[in-house]
Design a protein around this ligand. Structure first.
Ligand SMILES: [Mg+2]
Length: 218
């Protein structure tokens, strides 16, 4: 049986802070943690803790229950025009895949609620005794100890297959993947925009995900 043809154009997108305005860990931290979370984040930023372990520890630090955890996701503000944007991108030949150093527990549910189906590469997660327990995705072909998912690995996979890659992100775990992407198709905001700027690397700024979709599929 022949292998399915590799898509010619792939938009690889971060989730938290890119497809949403706010990160899950930020709304979680603001609601349930005060000082402790910044310690984990500082340990990550100073190289003493992986990004994965910083997020895992933040999520493990409170046990508000599944319903309360799910209610937090309304404060993330998923792109409200996501479904229309995806239709527009598909019409222009773009496949979209999500790469996230966050957790599938809320990503899959938010996408499902929005009525869209996308390939998601993210960490696993389960609510146990009211606590979101995040696990590295042991079975993923893009496994990373640092972030759980090797976002740059997904970019390389499609580049090797000959696809044109666009990338959108907002955080430090997006930097390597963004640098692999042609600067004309490299969309950034937040910490990623700052990190690229510090390296003198050009990028296309965006404020919401619809901007990326409209740029690629006008
Ligand atoms: Mg992000």
């Amino acid at each position: 049986m022949p292998l399915p043809a590799s898509p010619a154009r792939v938009l690889i997108s971060d989730f938290d802070g890119t497809l949403t305005q706010n990160d899950f860990y930020q709304v979680f931290r603001d609601r349930y943690l005060k000082g402790d979370a910044s310690d984990y984040w500082t340990a990550y930023r100073t190289g003493q803790m992986t990004h994965f372990d910083a997020l895992r520890n933040i999520f493990a630090a409170a046990a508000p229950g599944e319903e309360a955890l799910w209610s937090l996701t309304s404060q993330m503000h998923l792109e409200p025009e996501l479904k229309g944007c995806l239709n527009q991108l598909h019409e222009h030949g773009w496949k979209v895949e999500i790469v996230s150093a966050g957790c599938r527990w809320y990503i899959d549910r938010l996408l499902n609620q929005a009525g869209v189906m996308l390939t998601v590469h993210a960490n696993d997660g389960t609510v146990i005794d009211g606590r979101l327990v995040m696990e590295r995705p042991a079975g993923s072909p893009y496994f990373s100890t640092e972030n759980g998912i090797d976002k740059a690995g997904v970019v390389r996979h499609y580049q090797t297959a000959g696809a044109t890659i666009a990338f959108a992100g907002d955080g430090y775990p997006d930097l390597e993947a963004a640098l692999l992407t042609d600067s004309g198709l490299r969309f950034a905001r937040g910490d990623l925009a700052q990190a690229l700027g510090e390296r003198g690397e050009p990028f296309r700024p965006f404020s919401r995900w619809r901007d990326v979709a409209q740029a690629l599929a006008p």
